[in-house]
Design a protein around this ligand. Structure first.
Ligand code: SAM
Length: 229
């Protein structure tokens, strides 16, 4: 279903590497939704706002230490260039609150979002605080740049927009959808593979029994995974 660009979910990304996008967001259902203007991508290259001949965007950290830090004054110019763009402002950082499905759902209900991607040792904290960026992490590990974290966040949010997956049925029993339980295991053809059979109940045609089996598996797998973590 094509939409008018004005109604599209507006994604703005502040990055030093705009060429990374849309990347995986340009294929399959989310890519199709981009072509159909269900969502819209606005890339802002932070380096375009650098004002010296070397196009510098970073400098050494106050207090010493390895690496470089992205400068607040350059990022400020980039942010000001999109002050009219809607949605919450999010900075991707390992220091942030961990992304959850509940947060993803909330973000999908907004008009769009603005993502700030860090590189090097990260971003000067003053610009994050001054512009009220919410700090979000994709997990307790460090990747090279905020762009891959932005892609993870966007994949999870964009698939929840109306008319992206082509129906809501598949979302209801998904892992985390009710905030507690993981999904049951899935099987498809062939019925027997390498000596392993699909659980008999799933081929019984008895929808009541299938539902109770799946409910039981959801509880079991959630218990095991929560004990693991
Ligand atoms: N010096 C930082 C630290 O120790 O927390 C790591 C900086 S990391 C090499 C560069 C950028 O990658 C960060 O500014 C952030 O934008 C992004 N990044 C790395 N890991 C992330 C994570 N787990 N979640 C979200 N963003 C992450």
């Amino acid at each position: 279903m094509k939409k008018n660009i004005e109604n599209a979910y507006k994604v703005s990304i502040l990055t030093l590497f705009p060429e990374i996008f849309p990347g995986p967001l340009g294929v399959s259902l989310i890519g199709k939704a981009l072509s159909n203007k269900i969502w819209d991508l606005n890339l802002i290259n932070i380096r375009d706002f650098a004002n010296d001949k070397h196009k510098s965007v970073d400098d050494t950290p106050y207090g010493g230490g390895a690496g470089m830090v992205m400068r607040p004054d350059i990022i400020e110019l980039a942010i000001n260039s999109i002050s009219h763009f809607p949605g919450p402002r999010i900075c991707l950082t390992p220091r942030g609150a961990k992304l959850t499905q509940a947060k993803v759902k909330k973000l999908s209900l907004d008009e769009g979002l603005v993502l700030l991607c860090g590189r090097y040792e990260g971003i000067d904290q003053r610009v994050i605080d001054y512009y009220n960026f919410e700090e979000i992490s994709i997990g307790d590990y460090v990747v090279t740049g905020g762009e891959s974290a932005a892609i993870v966040l966007l994949e999870s949010v964009l698939r929840l927009l109306p008319n992206v997956l082509g129906g809501v049925d598949t979302l209801e029993e998904e892992s985390f959808s009710d905030n507690t339980l993981l999904e049951y295991p899935q099987y498809t053809k062939p019925r027997e593979w390498n000596g392993l059979n699909v659980p008999e109940v799933l081929t019984s045609g008895d929808h009541g029994k299938i539902k109770s089996w799946r409910d039981k598996k959801r509880v079991e797998i959630t218990k095991i995974r929560k004990l693991d973590s």
